[in-house]
Design a protein around this ligand. Structure first.
Ligand code: RIB
Length: 310
């Protein structure tokens, strides 16, 4: 596709849609232990849906390609995406599997543990992606994660590559990543655990992080944006390595902050910012999200980000 035919600020997200049940507890339970929690929050989640919602709130035109169950959570999810202005034409209702569900435990230090039952997410097929070809081709970027089958991400990236749409990968769950997928990846956004698994490097300092990112680039990834939690992020590409410091905030819930970061980076790239400016913008959006409880409920709008910067 010719660059002039591409729709400005359009992002296509291929990935998971879950309902998130967030339990707050003083500390995470030990094996075999029963703990009293302090609150329960139900909201929409899933790495794909989180990225779609975060990008839409920041002003992108978003198409979300996904599967939900033919159940109450699925209908609720569809209605909530439509309310965010997301194009839901490529979200299918699966008659055989329930909507994906995540149980999330968050402790007083804002750390979390998550169990996901994939449900309908497992049913997203390469044919579902082919049906959305024109949407991928006309987008500035396509975002994938791996809570839906690997083959769907590969199909989405193949279509994107053939048409000049930028491919952006969240390599989670990391055990599913293959070299074939990495070779189709323009921007890969791992965290420290993920890059260690992908490269076999233990990340203990800045040089370890830079070396691991360069090893990932040798597998065909063009740009690596390594998120390092409290230590900020590291952008590594042909121009070298740049550290992006983290914004200091009082975190209450870090769940989904990586998805907010990825979406904000993608929106900034789609708006024409370079990768370093985009990573700075992304770190602001992620910082705002950790000051609020929940996943999608914690994502700021473009106006909130501007106000926060002031
Ligand atoms: O990245 C956070 C997400 O992981 C949650 O919303 C949960 O649904 C799991 O997919």
């Amino acid at each position: 596709m010719d660059a002039s035919e591409r729709i400005p600020r359009k992002i296509c997200v291929v990935g998971s849609a879950n309902v998130d049940l967030t339990f707050r507890t003083h500390r995470l339970p030990l094996p075999g232990e029963t703990l009293a929690g302090s609150s329960l929050h139900q909201g929409m989640g899933g790495k794909g849906a989180n990225q779609a919602v975060a990008a839409a709130r920041l002003g992108a035109r978003v198409t979300f390609v996904a599967r939900v169950g033919n159940d109450a959570f699925g209908s609720e999810a569809l209605a909530s995406y439509a309310a965010e202005g997301i194009d839901t034409s490529f979200i299918h209702k699966d008659n055989e599997r329930p909507t994906g569900t995540a149980a999330i435990l968050v402790d007083d230090k804002a750390e979390n543990s998550i169990i996901v039952v994939a449900g309908a997410n497992e049913g997203l097929t390469p044919d579902d992606i082919k049906a959305a070809t024109s949407s991928i081709e006309s987008a500035a970027l396509v975002l994938c994660q791996l809570e839906t089958p690997l083959g769907t991400a590969i199909e989405a990236f193949r279509i994107a590559r053939a048409s000049g749409t930028l491919t952006v990968l969240t390599p989670a769950p990391v055990s599913l990543v293959t070299d074939e997928l990495l070779a189709l990846c323009d921007v890969c956004i791992p965290n420290k655990t993920e890059i260690a698994a992908l490269t076999g490097c233990l990340i203990e300092n800045y040089d370890d992080a830079k070396n691991a990112a360069n090893l990932l680039r040798q597998k065909g990834v063009k740009r690596v944006v390594l998120t390092m939690g409290g230590e900020g992020a590291l952008v590594v590409d042909d121009e070298g390595a740049t550290h992006i410091p983290r914004m200091k905030v009082d975190a209450v819930d870090t769940t989904g902050a990586g998805d907010a970061f990825t979406a904000a980076l993608a929106v900034s790239l789609a708006n024409g910012l370079d990768i370093r400016q985009s990573a700075r913008q992304a770190s602001i959006v992620a910082a705002i999200s950790v000051t609020r409880i929940g996943t999608q409920s914690s994502y700021p709008t473009g106006k909130e980000v501007q106000a926060w910067r002031r």
